[in-house]
Ligand binder design. Structure first.
Ligand code: IMP
Length: 300
């Protein structure tokens, strides 16, 4: 199976290792570059976007580019170090020592990790995913898994630190795992299916997709909300008079010579929520069955 190659615009080697596990079917290559921009954003999103856009400028094109920005927010420190986490103190023991010093004698140990991932596709489309993990800061470091503040971060519902819970736990539960899942939902699995050698823009898929939108009433109605080409678009959903930023994705995968699955996904709430329709169809566009997953998308 061809894998999707994505360039990760980060100098943190731990993130490339984690993301390769979190995005199955992707090969993550750390960006090797000089002249990195300063991290001057006031939000994780601004920094993640700046990293990804820098990566797009210095790579030759044709690849997905990922920017990730993350940090730890400590309630008793007013949410600090937050977006400044990487610059708070050198990563590892020095940063942990400073954090424990600043929390010395403070009973409120609540904290959370935040991760924001931005993916710029070769066609320039930008998609994002956000993830958080709530927990508290331990009194002393424990465990050797993970990196950064993991030896002092105890997730809610656990007694052990992330350092003790280890990399397999992180792969399922971390803020970065949640952000990666939100990103995949926002991408509407288009890249995974393309990686599996299905659908894409080959003429047969396009003919089946056009027939699907032309022939069935439900598909015609949905067609007004979705791009007809396999791919992801930014779109708007409506809820109680408010507009919500969202992304709508279309994909098609040819399962057998005679059948295909058309996948339509709407992702909103920064990718944390998604609704997906799977239409099992014949090559002439006739729908055999429909499976839906996730909460209904907000409608006016
Ligand atoms: P960034 O490279 O600007 O996103 O910096 C992120 C910083 O936040 C890292 O240097 C760590 O100090 C902290 N951090 C982010 N994610 C994690 C994690 O998964 N474990 C531990 N520390 C993290």
């Amino acid at each position: 199976m061809d894998r999707v190659t994505a360039v990760l615009c980060s100098r943190n080697r731990h993130k490339a290792r984690e993301l390769e596990h979190l995005l199955p079917g992707w090969r993550i290559e750390p960006l090797d570059a000089t002249g990195w921009p300063e991290e001057t954003g006031t939000t994780y999103l601004e920094n993640a976007l700046a990293k990804a856009r820098f990566g797009r400028e210095v790579t030759s094109g044709g690849v997905h580019v990922l920017g990730e920005d993350s940090g730890i927010e400590v309630t008793a420190l007013g949410g600090k170090p937050g977006v400044e986490s990487a610059r708070y103190a050198p990563e590892g023991a020095p940063a942990i020592a400073r954090l424990l010093r600043e929390l010395d004698g403070i009973a409120d140990r609540r904290a959370r990790y935040v991760s924001e991932i931005v993916c710029i596709a070769p066609d320039g489309n930008e998609v994002r995913g956000t993830g958080t993990l709530d927990g508290r800061i331990a009194d002393t470091p424990r465990g050797t898994g993970g990196f950064g503040y993991d030896p002092v971060f105890v997730p809610d519902g656990e007694e052990s630190t992330v350092g003790e819970l280890g990399d397999a736990w992180k792969e399922r539960n971390s803020h970065r795992a949640r952000a990666a899942r939100a990103l995949l939902a926002a991408l509407g699995s288009v890249v995974l299916l393309a990686a599996a050698g299905c659908g894409g823009r080959d003429p047969t898929s396009m003919r089946v997709l056009r027939a699907f939108f032309a022939h069935t009433q439900e598909a015609r109605a949905l067609g007004t909300r979705f791009p007809h080409l396999p791919g992801t678009l930014k779109c708007v959903l409506h809820q109680g008079g408010k507009t919500l930023q969202a992304s709508c994705a279309t994909d098609i995968s040819l399962v057998k010579p005679s059948r295909a699955v058309v996948t339509l996904t709407e992702a909103w709430n920064h990718g944390a929520s998604a609704h997906t329709w799977f239409f099992f169809i014949r090559r002439n566009g006739a729908v055999e069955s429909v499976v839906q997953e996730g909460p209904p998308a907000p409608q006016p």
